[in-house]
Ligand binder design. Structure first.
Ligand code: SF4
Ligand code: SF4
Length: 96
């Protein structure tokens, strides 16, 4: 069984899947239809700290080559990633 962020035990970054939930096979169909705002990453500000990746409740953020990327097919627009990003690299924008 894969370790979960909800489990109350210490775990290392190496135990967390390095890909998004979709890529890991946890999500199978697009489900972002009711999102009203979306996170947008400023790659110039992103320092690749992986905090957004760790805190995203839907597991839709991946960090590749030190830059975060979001799978918009599954992002719900909750805004947690924008709140947790200390460098301010994520801003929420209205969905068009
Ligand atoms: S929390 Fe912010 S700086 Fe860190 S990886 Fe995510 S977008 Fe980049
Ligand atoms: S807005 Fe929420 S669901 Fe979308 S990437 Fe950020 S933390 Fe994940």
């Amino acid at each position: 069984m894969r370790p979960s962020l909800r489990e109350k035990r210490a775990f290392g970054i190496s135990e967390v899947p390095v890909n998004t939930s979709f890529e890991a096979g946890y999500l199978v169909s697009v489900n972002s239809g009711w999102r009203s705002i979306r996170p947008v990453i400023d790659s110039q500000r992103c320092i690749g700290c992986q905090q957004c990746y760790l805190y995203c409740p839907d597991g839709v953020i991946s960090v590749t080559d030190g830059k975060a990327d979001i799978d918009y097919d599954f992002c719900k627009g909750c805004g947690i990633c924008a709140k947790i990003c200390r460098p301010g690299a994520i801003r929420m924008e209205a969905e068009r």
